[in-house]
Write a protein that binds this ligand. Structure first.
Ligand code: FCB
Length: 442
């Protein structure tokens, strides 16, 4: 890829105070599953055929026991911030919160800002996002975490990608909890959004002043100009880019969902007031655009997922772009494109944006493709800054190779290689590249 051109072309400077960071999530790295209550992901991965390589996250990177080594890797990168997630089932277990206490102390001692996500898909067994009460339970858990860590944590993230958790976990069944409800999954979306709003209130009550959410976004490209393709693409765009952003940023669900939307029968107005509690910043996870057209029948592979028949759209391959090992196309300008679009749509309602995830799966320690991917995306992000979007940070997904959900250990997103037999950590070429980028921005 374009590594020579990259080296020749200095990275432009980002505004002062811009946060450079890396992201992880609890279920994907912690292991020590026996030291916490089970989550829906433990149940899901125990079922045959759910995970491509048949693995589970029982040990994963064993970060629970090796967090000091991992924080030393963060320190070596010189990043400003570390985005990790707090496992709700661990907090529900005796001594579980003590782990996050130790972790936050270690991160702070390394001169790095801890940025916890309060829900990254590992729901305690027994809870269910189809139940409204789960939102209230989430807020209670958030209060407990905020009370314990709030003296050292300034920046909080309520939820990670409720869109994927709804779509993959509740509509298509390729992620935990493995439901295949299609549009009947929408109550899970509403209850997660309500949980987000209640969590913002709980965090504020605990004194937090720097609260955001991490939603996934990417441009939707119509497969052609044909009206049927455009219409299908608009609907897909509504599901991915608006269903979880409009209520948070405007206090309204997007038009076009009609009776599909739960709560349309009544009571939703009061919920929307909670869901749209003002945020201090808005997190965007960006990986790739989607090319979408009219329905084509069953059997279309999309990011490892086979979409069922009966959906009002089909996801098509994007041709002519390099693909990551996951088969995702590499399209940096998608990031530069999606952010100004956001600013135009939400205007003053859009708080400063932070890119809370961006990354790619590649094998190997000399991972020049990963360097090219991030280099291209960081430059695209800078173009968005130049276009007037108030962007305040960029977090690489991920610090470590980890348990990539239904893909198991076969997709390596880390700046640091993990040998899943010995658990040895080895920084890749991309680790050195990111360290130099961050140093160059000082
Ligand atoms: C995102 C998830 C993250 C990781 C990356 C590759 O959708 O938030 O946990 O799996 O994709």
């Amino acid at each position: 890829m374009a590594t020579d051109a990259m080296a020749a072309d200095a990275m432009p400077r980002f505004p002062d105070g811009f946060l450079w960071g890396v992201s992880t999530s609890a279920h994907q790295i912690e292991g020590a599953a026996g030291l916490r209550a089970p989550s829906v992901w433990d149940v899901f991965t125990a079922e045959p055929g759910r995970v491509r390589d048949g693995s589970t996250a029982a040990v994963a990177c064993d970060h629970y026991h090796r967090y000091r080594e991992d924080v030393a890797l963060l320190a070596g990168l010189g990043v400003d911030a570390y985005r990790f997630s707090v496992s709700w089932p661990r907090v529900d277990s005796p001594g579980g919160l003590d782990f996050y206490d130790r972790l936050v102390d270690e991160v702070c001692a390394a001169g790095v800002r801890p940025v916890p996500t309060l829900f990254h898909w590992d729901l305690p067994v027994g809870l269910d996002w189809l139940e409204r009460d789960t939102a209230a339970r989430f807020a209670e858990y958030v209060s407990v975490v905020a009370e314990r860590l709030g003296d050292r944590v300034g920046k909080w993230i309520t939820l990670n990608e409720p869109a994927e958790h709804t779509l993959l976990g509740h509509a298509l069944g390729t992620h935990a909890p493995g439901r295949t409800l299609l549009f009947d999954a929408l109550p899970a979306a509403h209850h997660q959004l309500l949980a987000h709003g209640l969590a913002v209130r709980a965090l504020r009550a605990a004194g937090a002043t720097d609260v955001g959410i991490a939603n996934s976004h990417g441009p939707t490209w119509p497969a052609s100009d044909a009206p049927a393709d455009r219409e299908a693409a608009d609907f897909y765009d509504l599901l991915l880019n608006r269903l979880f952003a409009d209520p948070v940023l405007t206090g309204r669900y997007p038009e076009g969902l009609g009776e599909l939307m739960p709560g349309s029968a009544g009571g939703v107005e009061a919920d929307l007031e909670i869901i749209s509690e003002p945020l201090d910043w808005y997190g965007v996870n960006y990986y790739a655009p989607a090319r979408v057209g009219a329905p084509q029948g069953a059997g279309i592979e999309f990011g490892g997922v086979t979409l069922p028949a009966g959906l009002p759209f089909s996801v098509r391959a994007i041709e002519g772009r390099p693909l990551t090992d996951f088969g995702w196309p590499v399209v940096p300008e998608g990031l530069a494109g999606v952010l100004p679009g956001f600013r135009d749509r939400y205007g003053d309602r859009l708080p400063p944006v932070v890119v809370t995830e961006n990354g790619c799966a590649y094998e190997g320690l000399d991972d020049r493709d990963r360097i090219a991917y991030h280099d291209g995306h960081v430059r695209a992000l800078h173009r968005a800054v130049e276009a007037g979007v108030d962007v305040r940070g960029y977090f690489v997904w991920s610090l470590l190779d980890n348990f990539e959900w239904a893909e198991g250990y076969g997709r390596r997103f880390g700046l640091v290689h993990v040998d899943f037999t010995t658990l040895e950590r080895t920084p890749k070429a991309s680790y050195g590249w990111f360290r130099d980028l961050v140093a160059g921005q000082r």
